[in-house]
Design a protein around this ligand. Sequence first.
Ligand SMILES: *Cc1c(COP(=O)(O)O)cnc(C)c1O
Length: 404
Amino acid sequence: MSQHLSHSQLKNIAEQFGTPVYVYHAETIKAQYQKLTTAFTGQDVKIFYACKALTNVNILKYIKSLGCNVDCSSINEVKLALHAGFAPANVLYTSNGIAFCEIEEAQSLGVNINIDSLSNLEKFGKKYGHSYPVGIRLRPNIMAGGNLKISTGHDKSKFGIPVNQLSDVLCVIEKHNLHIHTLHIHTGSEIKDVDVFVKGIEVLFDIIPSFKELQVIDLGGGFKVPYKKNDHETDIDLLAQKVGESFADHPNPNGRPLQVWFEPGKFIVSDCGYLITQVNVLKDTGDVTFAGVNSGFNHLIRPMFYDAYHQIENISNPAGEEKHYTVTGNICETDTFAWDRKLNEVREGDYLVFYNAGAYGFEMSSNFNSRFKPAEVLVKDGEALMIRKRDEFDDLLKNQVEVL
Ligand SMILES: *Cc1c(COP(=O)(O)O)cnc(C)c1O
């Protein structure tokens, strides 16, 4: 993994803005996005940033400034994207399990929509017929991704319409003369093996002849990022090569060249983010030394939720002797960030930094234990800008109605 902000930059930010604080490095986002656009040079490919990974409006505006499009998972994300200035044509709403009224709202806002159930497809057909081109989210029945919790395309997954129900899909399309613009699949997250995407394309190629007006194949997101030394990133150049070959081998039977869309979230923003915490308490229990920081799974849930690994560094004592620590939080629930981790000697008050905290970090945070959500800081052109204030006590009461 690459480290783009230095210890001293991070320390200055911690001192200026307090901790815990999320820090994002704009130029890392740009570098990740450019890896994608460079790899697919010469192919008709569009990238939609899956913004559920990190939705701060400044991040959305920055990503828009790079020329990237945006993929949304709720109608509120659609509205945030439009608020950030994305044109409706550059916004995609790929939903799961949502009420039809959200699809109606998305239609009225003019954004691209991928529908993921027969029931909503039927309602959409009844209401809009051929008038509004739409995408279908299919479930390819492929097992892929880092673990079961982040695998979405297998044959027990709730996501998408199973490809084996194609005849039902075609019935609905025919009945309402639907204009199917896109076929979408998203098989999971942390997919290292690029052949998974090729397999997905092959599943789609079998059924493309049934979709006469098809213009787009949307292969979803899920590219893997490295979390530690010797970890591998999805090989985007190899992916681009294989996708290119696959499309060259399978010209669209309907004559029209197909555009390819991707929806990476983690790949674009994971590495740009840091969570800086401070050590409250050291507790030596004989077997284990706990380094208790001023955060918890209320701020970064990935270790407890997915067994995710985050590299941790003690930026206050980088030359200190290496010792083993179990890094835990300050909430009343088991909130272990790392077991038996080697860190430079930790002292109370030291800053511990969690890497790869950009994706699904702040975004999944909560006020559990009535703790404040952290501040967020964006470093761009060497300047540290606060892009979200830390919560204050009033925020905890803001929506409560005191009736007693
Ligand atoms: C979450 C999601 C993504 C992004 O997944 P990453 O693993 O962050 O790349 C893309 N598309 C859809 C439909 C998603 O739900």
